[in-house]
Design a protein around this ligand. Structure first.
Ligand SMILES: [Zn+2]
Length: 284
């Protein structure tokens, strides 16, 4: 993989920061973006800057222990998450952390995104696990995401946001956009009456094809021929599957066990009752 020079990475971080804001993937001072420099240090957005109005002055350079090397302002405490990603995944060059609203709502509602719903998402991104809650900016949150980012290019943190990885900034952004778009489609399907998941065998076939065709986390690519190997979270709910959890991840999160509701949120009779209540309340 070839390294992109620093001046290009600076332009891209500014551009994709604005894009994250315009696409409603973060607001105000939320989130942070980073890219790996050719010398192994990390170029990142500084603490307390609005990603929708980034300029070159909002970027700082830190070393792999988090110490600032260049730039005005300070790196955010959330850079510990980025550094954990670079440590765990030598194949990636960029990390984007944002607060995408629909995906975060899934974690608050206790509905898992580690589901195989859309074939093209299974093919390209796989499933999105949820990391258990930890206080933002702490080393326990950074350590908590490590076992997940080893095997996934997009993860959600409970009640917080997303961490998306890529071989470049565009790829990390695409993973983020795909995750939030999937959340929107899944939410809409739930509103319309329920979510039909892909049959486990079809999901496994798609993921295997996707890893061979498009690549992915090296640990997942290495197991591309093993059925269900890269879909451990989805497999928890499917029948007849013996792949309970990725190695190193405690199988205790209720989120990952959350069932996708297959019954309508409102049945016709519930809607009728609701309409009569509204009419009564309006005094008609
Ligand atoms: Zn955050």
């Amino acid at each position: 993989m070839s390294y992109v020079p620093e001046h290009r990475l600076r332009e891209e971080l500014v551009k994709f920061g604005r894009l994250c804001y315009e696409r409603h993937l973060l607001v105000a001072m939320d989130g942070n973006l980073s890219a790996l420099l050719p010398d192994g240090n990390v170029l990142c957005t500084k603490a307390g800057c609005h990603k929708g109005f980034l300029t070159d002055d909002d970027l700082v350079v830190i070393d792999r222990s988090g110490r600032k090397l260049r730039g005005t302002g300070n790196p955010t405490s959330e850079m510990a998450m980025h550094l954990a990603c670079y440590d765990e995944r030598p194949d990636i060059r960029s990390v984007i952390h944002t607060h995408p609203p629909i995906s975060i709502a899934f974690t608050i509602a206790g509905v898992s995104m580690a589901r195989c719903v859309l074939p093209e998402v299974v093919l390209t991104l796989g499933t999105v696990p949820t990391v258990e809650y930890a206080t933002t900016g702490t080393t326990s949150l950074a350590d908590g995401i490590r076992p997940y980012v080893r095997h996934h290019d997009a993860v959600l943190m409970d009640r917080h946001g997303a961490v998306c990885l890529g071989k470049d900034i565009l790829t990390a952004f695409c993973n983020l956009e795909t995750m939030e778009h999937t959340a929107l489609i899944t939410k809409t399907a739930r509103d319309l009456g329920g979510v039909k998941e892909l049959p486990p065998e079809e999901a496994a076939k798609l993921r295997s094809m996707g890893l061979k065709r498009y690549g992915g986390p090296p640990s997942a690519v290495a197991k591309a021929d093993q059925p269900h190997a890269d879909l451990p979270d989805a497999c928890k709910s499917c029948s007849g599957c013996a792949h309970p959890t990725p190695s190193g991840v405690a199988p205790k999160s209720e989120l990952k066990m959350a069932r996708v509701v297959s019954t309508p949120m409102y049945t016709p009779s519930m809607e009728d009752a609701l309409v009569s209540e509204v009419i009564k309340a309006l005094g008609r």
